[in-house]
Design a protein around this ligand. Structure first.
Ligand code: ADP
Ligand code: MG
Length: 895
């Protein structure tokens, strides 16, 4: 057990003797023993004892001592004003943080101030705007196990909830990958491999088993969303959902909730209450969406850049991100994670995108309006949780005031989606008017210190403020009138925080001080006085001010509650604005990047002049290429559905294969595609086995990964899947590799019939095309100029003819003697069959053994030494460290 968590041992020894404040701290640590408790003392959040030492070290703040009648305690304090960055540090170190705020006004109570945990900040339940990146959602996942796996997810910052069921551990991993949760809780009996299922960045906790218990979970789901059997498909799903809600309550510091260990954290408050902002649940079936598993998402670089030498900093989502507001940015990501399968829904998006592509005026107008839209999805979640301030309400009103203009801009729309938005965008006029009438235009951050409520909104408040003002006016006039009354020209009226108002007279004029002046303070050169009337006025001002501040706060809370009641409507509006923004972004990209509207639902892929959406942005001149993959039932003479791609390294094979996949993903997301025309099928899934994902850091051998990925493809691909195979069979000997590649080709062709692009250095594989009717050869053209190779990135029919490996090596700067030697060896090997290995370079074909026999004897040299060593290397079983050592050894020998 981490000593920084739970009640400090040092305090436990003292038991009843603790001072009331420390007893309170002790108590909260006991209740929230899974979290680091930060305990408000005035302007600081304090931690004590072991927790203090931990906080001080992690946050690099000074460790101090607090002493009271019972002893000395280590103490570390974080200033509340900029607590966020410190809290983030603690989260990064793997802690949950329980924030115990003072929940009483310290001035209003005698004795110790009551404190309560108002929220537990965890990586997945962060809601502070400062800590959240607007473009990303922040999900917490819950996983329960029954016959299937039940998965529930919530984005606490927006209130979006999802639930689904899947059949296998891999399918769980695939679904999680769509959401990328920062945190997950798992029920009992969920024995999955955490790092592969959840990914390394996710904090996984086994949560209270009772919360996953069926009846309890269902009751909770019912309280939030209505009858669970109507909403959710299976028992595991309901259990996951119920447990997730319980966890959301726990992190909200909600009373009645239980902590991860199942202990109620605060027994005395209403267990029936719900978190208002969690009010809509989307149950989805993974089969409604194209499946992009973790491997595909990564190798297609949808969201994260894969390699450092890649294409600048761009990913697919960046190239599409012409969104104007945070709502749209999140929607775009969400859409890309889940491309559609339903032809009608896809076409509805295309129709709207087409309309916007054609009308730049409307598009620009909409972008301008949408750029004024605040993140109202998160904002309304703060409103519902009682954490929104007056500025938030004004931001909501500002957003609402844009809505009528947005509708206006959509007035002439034709497409289904846009006309529907025009008809249904809800400007929530009543709410906007209420906010505008109640809240000042530029309110302060704090809501308890006045300056929030507009004049004219509430008569009683105005009266208090006017009393305050006239009192202050009287005091402002006092200096002049007292100077006149006393004849002291240097008399001054002033104010200090400690002593309040005073009249100051310099020592030289003390003789002229009237009788009604009473001494308040003596300074070196002057005396300060007050009069009974001044004192009265002062008290009156203070009373009025305090009463007015309180009243403003009450009025503000009333308005906020009123807005909270409209939470569902605001969420619905947010959803629509988000969709609109994403569609407008697609329209803008289509227009500026020259994308075309694809037809979907075709039996085959037919792309004319297709481009890679990301590479084309960074490449000075990108060479477009066509793609033709035919129907699954090919007869002699039809367009095959399977293409074997050959061509030297760097000629564009990988880029080409990905561009085909990206076109399909884009089309099914609702976007236009980078091509001059495209007819596309609706793919159920894109599979990739792309060479470079060598998991060196993970320590698994690359060949093992390769075969694992390959087996997934062979067991799960269908006729409607697109399979990209880039260099399969590389991590083993040539003979093995070729045999595997050949067998895979036959299986995909004969048994599955998937759309397949297979880039290979096994030149012999091109022979398969001659034997299988549904397989064609294509290759990348290169021209040779003065002993070096020029890549024209142009795809042509048939297999690549010769090996350019050596020239590529020379271009890459491999020293000339080595290149020469390679040329020699190559010509020596020329007699052997299949030497065309495009990427393998020298020696690729000689593994079979025949060729080395027939090669003329070469004098023994270091090179042979190296070769002998290389032959002994067993790449498939080697660890990364072995590999590095071997490499170092080889380099030594060549030296
Ligand atoms: P291969 O897989 O054949 O080794 P890549 O697809 O990795 O080749 O392409 C190598 C580089 O060539 C890319 O990084 C890109 O910069 C450039 N490239 C690829 N395809 C094209 C193209 N169609 N037009 C222009 N440049 C391209
Ligand atoms: Mg490649």
């Amino acid at each position: 057990m981490d000593a920084a968590l739970g009640p400090p041992a040092k305090m436990a020894e003292l038991d009843d003797e603790l001072t009331p404040m420390m007893a309170q701290y002790f108590e909260l640590c006991d209740q929230y023993d899974e979290a680091l408790v930060l305990f408000q003392v005035g302007d600081f959040y304090e931690a004590f004892c072991d927790a203090a030492e931990r906080v001080a070290r992690l946050c690099e703040i000074t460790l101090t001592q607090r002493s009271d009648s019972t002893g000395e305690y280590a103490m570390a304090g974080i200033p509340i004003d900029n607590a966020e960055s410190y809290i983030e540090t603690l989260l990064d170190a793997g802690y949950r943080v329980a924030i115990a705020d003072q929940v009483e006004d310290p001035d209003a109570v005698s004795g110790v101030v009551e404190r309560a945990v108002t929220r537990v900040v965890t990586p997945g339940t962060l809601t502070e705007a400062e800590l959240l990146d607007g473009a990303d959602s922040n999900y917490v996942a819950a996983l329960a196990r029954g016959e299937e796996y039940g998965l529930a997810l919530v984005d606490i910052s927006t209130g979006a909830c999802y639930a689904t069921s899947v059949g296998s551990e891999t399918a769980v991993a695939d679904e999680l990958r769509r959401f990328g949760p920062a945190e997950a809780i798992v029920g009992p009996d969920v024995a999955v491999d955490e790092s592969t299922v959840f990914g390394g960045a996710c904090l996984v906790t086994e949560y209270d088993a009772d919360a996953f218990e069926r009846e309890r979970a269902e009751a909770r789901v019912e309280r939030y969303f209505g009858p669970p059997e109507r909403l959710l498909a299976g028992e595991p799903e309901r259990r996951a959902c119920g447990a997730l809600l319980a966890y959301a309550e726990y992190t909200r510091g909600k009373s009645g909730a239980v902590g991860p260990d199942g202990e109620p954290v605060d027994p005395d408050v209403d267990p029936e209450g719900t978190l208002d902002y969690l009010n809509h649940l989307t149950r989805y079936d993974p089969r409604e969406y194209m499946l992009l598993d973790a491997v595909a998402v990564e190798s297609l670089e949808l969201f994260d850049r894969r390699s450092v030498r890649g294409h600048g900093n761009l990913t697919l989502v960046d190239t599409l991100d012409e969104t104007a507001c945070a709502l749209g940015r999140r929607k775009l990501t969400d859409w890309l994670r889940r491309p559609l399968l339903d032809e009608d829904r896809i076409e509805a998006r295309h129709e709207a995108v087409g309309e916007l592509k054609r009308s730049p005026g409307t598009r620009e107008r909409l972008q301008e309006l949408l750029s004024q839209v605040y993140d109202i999805e998160r904002l309304i979640s703060r409103v519902s949780r009682g954490r929104a301030n007056a500025r938030d309400l004004r931001s909501l009103a500002a957003t609402l005031s844009v809505v009528p203009d947005v509708r206006e801009a959509l007035a002439d729309a034709d497409s289904r989606l846009l006309t529907d938005l025009h008809a249904t965008l809800d400007p929530l006029t009543g709410i906007r008017e209420e906010i505008e009438a109640a809240i000042r235009p530029d309110p302060p951050q704090q809501v308890t210190e006045g300056g929030v409520i507009r004049e004219g909104y509430d008569g009683e408040l105005d009266e208090l403020r006017s009393t305050e003002r006239s009192g202050k006016q009287w005091i402002d006039d006092l200096e002049a009138s007292e100077r006149e009354r006393t004849g002291i020209d240097s008399l001054k009226v002033g104010h200090t925080a400690v002593h309040g108002y005073y009249i100051e007279v310099t020592n030289a004029n003390l003789d002229s001080v009237p009788d009604d002046y009473q001494r308040r303070q003596t300074l070196k050169n002057s005396e300060r006085y007050y009069t009974p009337e001044l004192k009265n006025r002062e008290e009156e001002i203070l009373r009025a001010e305090a009463a007015a501040d309180d009243m403003e706060y009450d009025l503000f809370c009333r308005v906020r509650d009123q807005v909270a009641e409209a939470a569902e409507r605001v969420q619905a509006l947010a959803e629509k604005l988000a969709r609109l923004d994403a569609i407008v972004a697609f329209g803008a990209v289509a227009a500026t990047q020259g994308y075309c509207r694809p037809t979907v639902g075709a039996d085959g892929i037919d792309i004319e002049a297709g481009r890679h959406p990301v590479v084309e942005r960074t490449e000075e001149s990108f060479v477009p290429n066509d793609t033709e993959l035919g129907s699954a039932d090919t007869a002699e003479g039809d367009t095959p559905r399977f293409v074997v791609l050959t061509g030297p390294n760097m000629s564009g094979k990988s880029t080409y294969m990905r561009q085909v996949a990206l076109c399909c993903v884009l089309a099914q997301t609702g976007s236009f595609v980078p091509a001059s025309s495209a007819a596309l099928p609706i793919l159920d899934r894109v599979f990739t086995r792309v060479g470079a994902s060598d998991d060196i850091a993970g320590g698994r051998s690359t060949f093992m990964i390769e075969m694992t990925e390959l087996s997934t493809i062979l067991t799960e691909a269908t006729e409607e899947s697109l399979v990209l195979l880039d260099e399969v069979g590389r991590g083993t000997s040539t003979a093995d590799g070729l045999a595997i590649a050949r067998a895979v080709t036959e299986y995909l062709h004969d048994e599955i019939g998937a759309y397949t692009l297979f880039a290979t250095h096994h030149h012999d594989l091109t022979a398969a095309a001659d034997e299988l009717t549904g397989v064609a050869n294509r290759h990348f053209e290169t021209s040779r100029e003065e002993g070096s190779v020029v890549f024209d990135h142009e795809l042509a029919d048939g297999p690549a003819a010769a090996s350019y490996g050596v020239e590529v090596a020379s271009m890459a700067g491999v020293p000339e003697p080595v290149v020469e030697r390679a040329r020699e060896r190559l010509s020596a090997d020329d007699s052997s069959p299949g030497v065309g290995g495009c990427e393998g370079g020298p020696g690729t074909g000689s593994d079979s053994g025949e060729s080395s026999d027939s090669a003329p004897p070469v004098e023994p040299s270091e090179d042979d030494d190296v070769e002998a060593l290389l032959r002994e290397v067993d790449v498939a079983t080697m660890t990364p460290l072995d590999a590095l050592n071997t490499l170092a050894d080889l380099a030594d020998r060549v030296e």
